[in-house]
Each structure stands twice: as structure tokens, then as C-alpha cells.
Design a binder for this molecule. Structure first.
Ligand SMILES: Nc1nc2c(ncn2[C@@H]2O[C@H](COP(=O)(O)OP(=O)(O)O)[C@@H](O)[C@H]2O)c(=O)[nH]1
Ligand SMILES: [Mg+2]
Length: 450
């Protein structure tokens, strides 16, 4: 067991209670140094015991608290551990931590509890990452996907897909070692069929990231268009707050403004930007450059136009955007002053009309946006599981690439090597084969106390 670590597991802010977690070698001795109660929590594991938390070594009362001790391997980390539920006061927490450090614990690094749980086989890497996603989840969709992954769904699906590939690898290796025992007639064809089947299954999981990333990070929308078309006004309306400055002076918005909003349980990231136009104003020019950078970033670009935009202007802007954006919709703003006269049509785009002033048409826009995300989700219905981590997508792509190479006619030695690499890439997802530095990078993104 590793050295005992201690950290605050709840947010560092005044609150009803705070939870401090200690785990590792000697944790129970440390508990005996800082706790005085009628019962010893180490005599009745996993039960909350009331008592006094005292400083160490002075033994002065710091707080009254509930403490539960856990015995290895029956704890989150798999180590001896205990948790203190004290009053949620920053000074109380600070003093208890100080007592714990003096009694022999050391401060925990970010994600260190989860890392230990992983190393002790309490969960696999995809589950550890799911835990981080669950903690940061703010929408129902994120919660659902993180929970499924935490329950080990992804690991199970990958295990099922990997199984026939492992069999195939064993068969090929046996043949390399004992060439006299030929792979049975049709055996290789059968193996290649399995490989192709696995590719299809992995591709559908890889594709699910399109929805998974939207559910986790949000659907990214960039508002663009000529200055004064009403981008900032629409931005504010969607956010339901006056976030961006709105004036009749064109070129008001220069910086990129990015805000998250949740509409009907779906997370969106809205970006207001400087309008795109020719300008001599140095600062505005910089703003336009920033806006252009964001075009490729966005899942959807809303080209806001108003009554003063001519058909030629809109077509020129639209044609420019459609080449570098994933999707472009044209939004006819200010219909309170003039009905849209523009008959813009491109079957790849949508044209919607609204007024940021009166709010007319805004609900329709929101419904269309929600529909867009629903369709993404629908597209993933073929997949047995939805992935939410870019790292997982990357490992899947790697695995698919190796498997694809297996499908061309190869000498058995090379075939087995490609197959092994494909399986290794899948194993990286659940952390069966991972270098220490990769683990370090993953856990450094966790919060302290997790
Ligand atoms: N009548 C009317 N005026 C609008 C509407 N939306 C924006 N405006 C006005 O148009 C001007 C430019 O708006 P703003 O949101 O700053 O445009 P941006 O430069 O594209 O960000 C301001 O004077 C707004 O009050 C609308 O729907 N109807
Ligand atoms: Mg603006």
C-alpha cells in the first residue's frame, strides 16, 4: 500500500459540511491520532461514528464530526482509508488537514485517489475518465453518458469486440509457430471476415463521438454576419441576458464572446464575433481574424443578415463560409421592421426569420437547433455505446487503421503484428496497456480530492 494521502474531497467553500478523505498505508493509525469518540471507527468499518477531531500532537479540539473507516480492499481506492464529515468551514478544514499531515499523511495530487483505485483494479481507465465526466456533468445527456461509461458499458462492448480478434491472433500465431499445422481451409477467409466485422462495429462507436462530444462539451455555434446585422442582439436573446454590448455603431463587437447556455437540457456554446467585412480599423481587423478562426471550430455557423443586406452580399458571404464551415444557416433578423425580401436558397442550408427585438421566430430557431442535436443522437443509434472522450476516439481510430491494414493480403507475421497493434489500441482505452506518462497526463486533469 502506498503512503497515506489526505485532501478535501468537497469544494473548498463555506458549506454545511465538508468531507476530508484519507487513504493509504497507516491511514487507520493516523485516524487514531486525530479522533476521539466513544467508539473506534476501525472496530466497525463502513459505519459513521460520531466524535471529536483533535489537533496533533496537541490534542486540542478542532471540530465535532462523523467519521467512517474502510478496510482494504473494501474502499474506493482499495486501500485502508477513512472519511471525515466535519463542518464546512474553511478554517476547520485547514486545521484538520494540518493535523493529518502532522500525523503522517501527505497532500494528495489531482486525481490521486482515482489513480490508486485504478492501479488496485477497482475500476478501469475508461471508468476513471467517466468519473471525471460525471463530476463535471451539468446536463442530463452528459449525466446519462458518463453514468453508462462508469458502469463499465464501454469496457464490456470493447471486450466483446476484442474477443474474436484475440482468438484470430492466437490462431495465426499458432500457425506461425507450427507452420505444419496449416490454418484450416477457409480459416484465413474466416479471420478476415471477423476483422471486417470488427471494423464496422468500431467505426460505429467512433462515429458516436460526434454526438458524445456535443453532449459533453456542447454544440458549438458561431454568430457571424455583417456588422450591425444583430449578432450580439441574438446572442443576448439566446442567453437570456445582456452579455454583449449592442449599439447602432457598426463594429462594436471585436473580441470573441463565448458563453455556455442550456436549452431544453442540451448544452450549447455560443460565440458572438465581430462581423466579417473589409475594414481599416486595426482592432476590428484583429476581431475579424478571430472570428474567421472560429468558423472551422463551430458545429454550426449562423450567418445573421438584416434587411439592408443585398442578395449578392449574402450569397458571397454564404459561399465563403460554406467552404470552411461544417454547417451554415442563414438567419434573417429584424423582421419587426421589414419582412424578409431575400429569397436565398441552398438545399444544404436553412433560412430562418426572426426578430431579436420582439422575440418573434426565436423559439423556432431554438427548436431547429434542438432538432439538429437530436439528429446527431439519432445518427448514433447504430452504435452499441456512445463515447465522450477524445482520447477514446483517437484509440479507436488507431485500432481501425491497423485492422484495415489486416484486410489486405499480408504475410502471416505482418498480419499478426497489425492485429496485435489493433488490440493494443483498444486496450489503451480501458488502460490495460498504458505508459506512466499517459496516466499522469490523464489524472492531472482531475480535481484534487478525487
Ligand atoms: N428593429 C430591430 N433592430 C435590431 C434587431 N436586432 C438588432 N437590432 C439593432 O441593430 C443594431 C445592431 O445590433 P447588434 O446586435 O449590435 O449588431 P451586431 O453588430 O451584428 O452585433 C442595434 O442598434 C440593435 O438595436 C431587431 O431584431 N430588430
Ligand atoms: Mg456585435
Amino acid at each position: 500500500m502506498e503512503q497515506a494521502i489526505a485532501a478535501l474531497a468537497t469544494a473548498p467553500a463555506p458549506s454545511g459540511i465538508s468531507v476530508i478523505r484519507v487513504s493509504g498505508s497507516g491511514a487507520h493509525d493516523i485516524l487514531n491520532c486525530i479522533f476521539q469518540g466513544k467508539e473506534n471507527p476501525c472496530n466497525t468499518f463502513r459505519k459513521l461514528i460520531y466524535g471529536k477531531i483533535i489537533s496533533y500532537p496537541e490534542a486540542q479540539t478542532i471540530d465535532h464530526a462523523l467519521v467512517a473507516a474502510m478496510k482494504a480492499p473494501h474502499s474506493f481506492t482499495g486501500e485502508d482509508s477513512f472519511e471525515v464529515q466535519c463542518h464546512g468551514s474553511l478554517i476547520v478544514v485547514q486545521k484538520i488537514l494540518q493535523a493529518l499531515y502532522r500525523a503522517g499523511a501527505v497532500p494528495a495530487a489531482p486525481g490521486e485517489y482515482t489513480k490508486r483505485a485504478l492501479l488496485n483494479g477497482k475500476l478501469d481507465l475508461s471508468q476513471a475518465e467517466a468519473l471525471a465526466s460525471l463530476i463535471s456533468a451539468t446536463t442530463e445527456a452528459e449525466h446519462e453518458l458518463a453514468r453508462e461509461q462508469l458502469e463499465g458499458r464501454l469496457s464490456r462492448v470493447l471486450e466483446l469486440i476484442g474477443e474474436p480478434l484475440r482468438d484470430a491472433l492466437a490462431e495465426i500465431e499458432a500457425n506461425i509457430d507450427f507452420p505444419e499445422e496449416d490454418i484450416e481451409p477457409g480459416g484465413l477467409t474466416h479471420i478476415l471476415k471477423r476483422v471486417k466485422q470488427s471494423i464496422v462495429e468500431l467505426q460505429s462507436i467512433e462515429g458516436s463521438y460526434r454526438y458524445g462530444s456535443v453532449a459533453k462539451e456542447g454544440y458549438r455555434i458561431l454568430l457571424t454576419g455583417r456588422p450591425n446585422a444583430g449578432k450580439s442582439s441574438l446572442f443576448n436573446v439566446l442567453l437570456k441576458k445582456k452579455r454583449a454590448l449592442v449599439t447602432e455603431v457598426s463594429g462594436t463587437t471585436r473580441d470573441i464572446l463565448e458563453e455556455e447556455c442550456i436549452l431544453d437540457g442540451v448544452k450549447f456554446i455560443l460565440c458572438d464575433s465581430a462581423g466579417i467585412r473589409e475594414t481599416d480599423d486595426y482592432v476590428e481587423k484583429l476581431g475579424i481574424e478571430l472570428a474567421l478562426e472560429r468558423v472551422g471550430w463551430a458545429d454550426l455557423v449562423l450567418l445573421i443578415i438584416d434587411t439592408s443586406d443585398s442578395s449578392e452580399e449574402v450569397t458571397a458571404q454564404y459561399n465563403f463560409l460554406k467552404d470552411c464551415a461544417k454547417k451554415v444557416w442563414v438567419i434573417n433578423n429584424k423582421i419587426d421592421i421589414q419582412k424578409p425580401s431575400l429569397n436565398f436558397f441552398d438545399n444544404k442550408s436553412k433560412m430562418l426569420s426572426l426578430s431579436s427585438y420582439t422575440g418573434e421566430g426565436v423559439t423556432t430557431l431554438i427548436e431547429n437547433l434542438l432538432q439538429e442535436v437530436r439528429e446527431l443522437k439519432h445518427d448514433t443509434s447504430e452504435s452499441s455505446v456512445i463515447i465522450i472522450n477524445e482520447r477514446h476516439k483517437h484509440c479507436l481510430s488507431k485500432s481501425i487503421e491497423y485492422l484495415n491494414r489486416c484486410t489486405i493480403h499480408l504475410p502471416l507475421e505482418i498480419l499478426s503484428e497489425e492485429l496485435r497493434l489493433a488490440l493494443q489500441a483498444l486496450d489503451e482505452i480501458i488502460g490495460k496497456t498504458l505508459a506512466d506518462d499517459i496516466l499522469g497526463r490523464i489524472f492531472s486533469k482531475f480535481c484534487i480530492g478525487k
